[in-house]
Ligand binder design. Structure first.
Ligand code: NAP
Ligand code: LUD
Length: 322
């Protein structure tokens, strides 16, 4: 029998209501990403048996040795291994030149055995790098990060079926879907307009038929804008900036922020918090994503999804599997 508890578990949402104040339902990225990864593992297994041993392949290109990039890349490699995606990590030293980075990209572009290529950002280099030039050097049909201007342009025009959607906004949409709240006709507010989070999130909500307001560092009345949001997505990189009393009662709150703040109670001396003040927003929101365990794991899962999608598109054009 499908009980409310089992449905919530399946959906990756949990929470309780009652008492004097309502407590938001927590939308778990850990659970939802696990479901996505399990589905993809089955899909890859099907591809392998149907196309004699074929496996989707991904290259993650890193320049330098940032701790945060190392952590994110290791999660991506682990997820790929679990799913059956053949993932290769190419790490160039921080002394690499822009030409060397571009050469590596071009050689992966030409390799028919690789279906996805990402360049982990930010680039940790001692040499001048034009990161726009570098992300645009990735072939649009292998651009599983969706950061090239070809894929971004298609998304901005609503051509969602023909592009790669950037992983973080795509993960946010999946979490919004998990809430069961329909996006069409809702007022959505996005804080941030970066190429990797805010701008594609705006486009994705728009083409899912929300009415969207985009906010940024020059927005003068942020609490007022936030108060209008049925759906709020925050990607500002400002620790706990959005206060609970700004949030509309019952809103869906999706927090992309990953910020390290000092915490003497931790062995590391710090902890990770989002861009939303979780404790106070939890008392107003209908649904809320935690940090960690919210959007972050979904970014990884959506990269895997885009890689499998790219391999499927490749097989449609090359039915022999090579
Ligand atoms: P970013 O490139 O620095 O962009 C931040 C955006 O927020 C900019 O558009 C900026 O406005 C806006 N902003 C900054 N301060 C603001 C303020 N006080 N009020 C309103 N808007 C403000 O950062 P990002 O790469 O988008 O990342 C944003 C956050 O998400 C960071 O914490 C990052 O670590 C995290 N992130 C998480 C994931 C994930 O998977 N969970 C993925 C990517 C990023 P302007 O355009 O006017 O400067
Ligand atoms: N560059 C990304 N730069 C940074 N958090 C990620 C990310 C996993 N080209 C390119 O991977 O998609 C990208 N493409 N990004 N990011 C951020 C961004 C990029 C962020 C968080 C996580 C990838 C993640 O798994 C965990 C969580 O939130 O629970 C752990 C967080 C922690 O620091 O403990």
């Amino acid at each position: 029998m499908l009980t409310l508890a089992s449905l919530s578990l399946r959906l990756g949402v949990s929470g309780c209501r009652g008492g004097r104040r309502s407590i938001a339902t927590v939308v778990s990225g850990n659970k939802t990403s696990r479901l996505v990864r399990e589905r993809l593992a089955l899909e890859v297994e099907r591809m392998r048996s149907r196309f004699s041993g074929f496996r989707p392949a991904l290259v993650v290109l890193q320049v330098g040795d940032r701790d945060d990039s190392n952590l994110y890349i290791s999660s991506k490699l682990k997820a790929a291994a679990q799913i059956g995606i053949d993932a290769r990590h190419v790490r160039l030293p921080s002394s690499a030149t822009q030409d060397e980075v571009l050469q590596n990209i071009l050689s992966v572009n030409e390799n028919p055995f690789v279906h996805g290529l990402i360049v982990q950002l930010p680039l940790d280099s001692v040499n001048p790098m034009d990161s726009e030039l570098i992300t645009n050097a990735v072939s649009p049909d292998k651009d599983v990060d969706g950061l090239s201007c070809i894929n971004a342009g298609k998304l901005s025009r609503g051509d969602l079926k023909n592009c790669f959607i950037p992983c973080t906004p795509n993960g946010c949409m999946e979490l919004i879907r998990q809430t069961g709240v329909s996006v069409a006709g809702k007022h959505a507010v996005v804080i941030g307009r970066s190429k990797i989070v805010g701008a594609p999130m705006h486009d994705l909500l728009l083409w899912n038929h929300a009415t969207v307001t985009s906010c940024h560092s020059k927005t003068t009345d942020l609490p007022e804008q936030v108060g209008r949001a049925d759906i709020l997505v925050v990607g500002a990189g400002r620790a706990e900036m959005v206060r609970g009393d700004w949030v509309k009662e019952g809103a869906v709150v999706i927090d992309c922020g990953i910020n390290h703040v000092p915490d003497e109670t931790k062995a590391s001396g710090k902890r990770v918090v989002g861009d939303v003040h979780y404790a106070s927003a939890n008392e107003r929101a209908g649904f809320i994503t935690p940090v960690p365990g919210g959007v972050g794991p979904m970014t990884v899962a959506m990269l895997m999804e885009n890689t499998v999608l790219s391999a499927q598109r490749f097989l449609l054009k090359n039915p022999a599997g090579r």
